[in-house]
Design a protein around this ligand. Structure first.
Ligand SMILES: [Zn+2]
Length: 407
């Protein structure tokens, strides 16, 4: 079975990386920095990530305001993202679908399941102080008049597009990892963190893997979903349109696989802010907490839980080896993100600043869907958490796809 083969190869990777790390420690590597030497092509690729480039990509996305789906500013952002990906040398394609939402149900609150079950969305148990969350819909809460005007045109139902680009593998072009984020936002800010920060990780990885000296044995697809905020509609459209095309050579004999077989899907959503829990009076620390971490979540109640967990540990191992500042933590309650439509089909995980259900859902990110989610809200300590997530995913995906450098 393909699924067993995938989990076996991921487990081998985790075991291999761990064994190597132990051997390097026992074998007298001179310094911790020698754990990953310059001879390691993955380390060379991780070192091509740069805080200022990451910030510049987020800044570029914020020029389109909240990038709300179904608006001209959203369509302009899709065009801009595609132009950037092309400029990196990553060939692009688009998914087209239609979004005609049903009228909103009256009186729908934001209980998030906790009132009835005591558990957070995703199944985790919330702890500590909970502060209110929700989506801001009041334009006047945005104090920046220029940004308010940019975000003013309303969304309209109809056709939608989203863009992806692909790095084709050399020896296994028919097998693929999907690396993704969502480019739409809402709440009358700039969607800088939700999800400019994840979109920029995907774009930065596309840039680095598209460097002309980089080879990967397996294929990598970099996808920027639209319509996440309305119910994961862009990711759902991708699964609906392309799941059945997996692994089919087209045209036959061409060696081309428009939809390589999915080996795993890694989603990035809200990557910057881990200032801890709200205090008893509802206030938050202004500083990134020293214990900040990159949260990697799989869903224990999904069909591919075992495979997804193995993929999550592959990221944790890569984080240990390659991330410069912040550790990774693995959790089992992935929820409310674009990896959800994939989790019954393939190994699927979410990478985030916090746990989605128990922490973001408990008010740990006060900018979430608010007018304050703008570029200037965040410090370099915040942006650095996102950069560490990029180092983590890049390290894992480069290892999983067999990345090498051509001399
Ligand atoms: Zn959001």
């Amino acid at each position: 079975m393909r699924s067993n083969a995938v989990i076996f190869s991921i487990l081998c990777l985790v075991a291999g990386l761990a064994t190597q790390a132990v051997a390097e420690r026992a074998g007298g590597a001179a310094t911790p920095a020698a754990q990953a030497t310059d001879a390691d092509p993955v380390k060379v690729l991780v070192d091509r990530l740069d805080l200022e480039k990451y910030k510049a990509t987020i800044k570029g996305l914020t020029q389109f305001g909240d990038r709300r789906q179904g608006t001209d500013r959203n369509r302009a952002a899709v065009d801009w993202i595609e132009a950037q990906l092309k400029s990196y040398g990553c060939p692009t394609e688009r998914i087209k679908y239609v979004y005609d939402p049903p009228p909103p149900a009256p009186g729908r609150g934001n209980a998030g399941g906790r009132v009835t079950t005591g558990l957070a969305p995703g199944g985790g148990r919330p702890r500590g102080v909970r502060t209110p969350t929700g989506v801001n819909t009041d334009p006047m809460k945005q104090p920046d008049a220029k940004l308010r005007a940019l975000n003013m045109p309303p969304t309209t139902p109809g056709p939608r597009e989203e863009v992806y680009c692909t790095k084709v593998g050399t020896t296994h072009p028919d097998e693929m990892y999907i690396v993704s984020g969502h480019m739409d936002g809402h709440g009358w800010g700039e969607a800088a963190n939700d999800d400019g920060s994840g979109t920029a990780i995907v774009m930065e990885l596309a840039r680095i893997f598209s460097n002309p000296d980089v080879r990967t044995e397996r294929t990598i697809r970099f996808a920027l979903w639209n319509n996440e905020e309305t119910g994961l509609n862009g990711a759902r459209a991708y699964v609906a349109e392309r799941q059945a095309l997996q692994g089919k050579e087209n045209p036959p004999g061409s060696g081309r696989y428009p939809e390589p077989t999915w080996l795993g899907m890694i989603q990035h959503d809200m990557m910057l802010f881990d200032h801890g829990a709200p205090r008893a009076d509802g206030t938050m620390s202004r500083e990134q907490r020293p214990e900040a971490d990159v949260n990697v979540e799989f869903q224990a109640n999904s069909k591919f839980a075992a495979q997804s967990q193995a993929l999550a540990w592959a990221l944790e191992v890569a984080n240990d080896k390659y991330a410069t500042d912040y550790p990774a933590s693995v959790g089992s309650h992935m929820t409310n993100t674009d990896s959800t439509p994939f989790m019954e089909v393939v190994a699927a995980i979410s990478v985030r600043e916090l746990e989605r259900g128990t922490q973001v859902g408990n008010g740990w990110d006060p900018q979430w869907h608010q007018p304050t989610d703008v570029f200037t809200t965040y410090t370099d300590q915040d942006f650095r958490l996102g950069l560490n997530a990029a180092q983590t995913t890049l390290g894992a995906v480069a290892t999983l796809t067999g990345a090498t450098l051509r001399k």
